[in-house]
Design a protein around this ligand. Structure first.
Ligand code: ZN
Ligand code: ZN
Length: 252
């Protein structure tokens, strides 16, 4: 599971990746965290590499599947894309997910409350006039839930690595919107729940003003974390927890 399927090695060898701005949020002996924007709406995609075991996790594969595969397997020498997590099921955050699953047999993970949205991919694409992905997107493999740890396998029997992060269920932008908090790397992946100085829209399928306020003001901005913790927003400029605690629209 998670290994690049054979035909892809040939394809990727000749692949010329488009230039993208890449932000490195953490680079420790054990982990690398990179963010870049992908897909038709330039969603911020997060790549987490566990260096000692050459495993990776992606959060929000919003598009550019070949670029992602090239980055993982050719640039970083990853051997195993173990999972793809999703902050929510708006189309612009999972357009490349099925292609990654086909190419590597990785597993796709989503909060169950967004399952109906995932199934509405064709309607979502139609509404925004975006062509559907080539491969028909099948349901996720597993459901994310509050507190679920993000953990890599040690590869050694009986040895468990400490979790590098955990899922926070933060509904509002969508019913299943979730963040990934990685305290040891000082990173919070917020999806479309939090933007620099602002919050996600709530006028789409299942959005709720009340819930996003509870999630952001009542939860994310109260995290017991350093002010300089990097926050990966869903699109555009990244931010920090401290900046949002002072300047977020909900704090004015
Ligand atoms: Zn969204
Ligand atoms: Zn989005």
């Amino acid at each position: 599971m998670g290994r690049l399927q054979l035909p892809w090695y040939g394809k990727l060898k000749n692949y010329k990746p488009a230039k993208k701005m890449i932000q490195t949020l953490a680079d420790t002996p054990d982990y690398l965290v990179e963010v870049f924007s992908v897909g038709p709406l330039q969603c911020n995609c997060t790549l987490i590499v566990h260096k000692p075991t050459r495993q990776a996790t992606i959060i929000d594969a919003g598009g550019d599947a070949e670029w992602l595969l090239h980055r993982l397997f050719m640039v970083h020498g990853v051997e195993n894309l173990v999972q793809v997590w999703h902050s929510h099921a708006h189309f612009d955050h999972f357009m490349a997910s099925e292609a990654l699953r086909q190419a590597t047999q990785t597993t796709l993970h989503l909060h169950k409350a967004d399952a109906p949205l995932w199934d509405m991919l064709p309607e979502q694409c139609q509404r925004y006039n975006i062509p559907l992905p080539e491969d028909k997107t099948a349901p996720p493999d597993a459901w994310l839930s509050e507190g679920q740890p993000l953990v890599f396998a040690s590869g050694v029997e009986g040895v468990t690595l400490p979790a590098v992060g955990k899922c926070l269920h933060t509904p509002g932008h969508t019913p299943g919107s979730s963040c990934v908090h990685m305290p040891s790397l000082n990173v919070l992946v917020a999806g479309d729940t939090l933007f620099r100085g602002s919050i996600g829209r709530t006028d789409l399928w299942g959005g709720s003003d009340k819930k996003i306020e509870q999630s952001v003001k009542g939860r994310l901005l109260k995290l017991d974390a350093p002010e300089d913790m990097a926050v990966v927003t869903g699109h555009g400029q990244l931010t920090t927890l401290g900046f949002e605690q002072r300047h977020n629209i909900l704090m004015r």
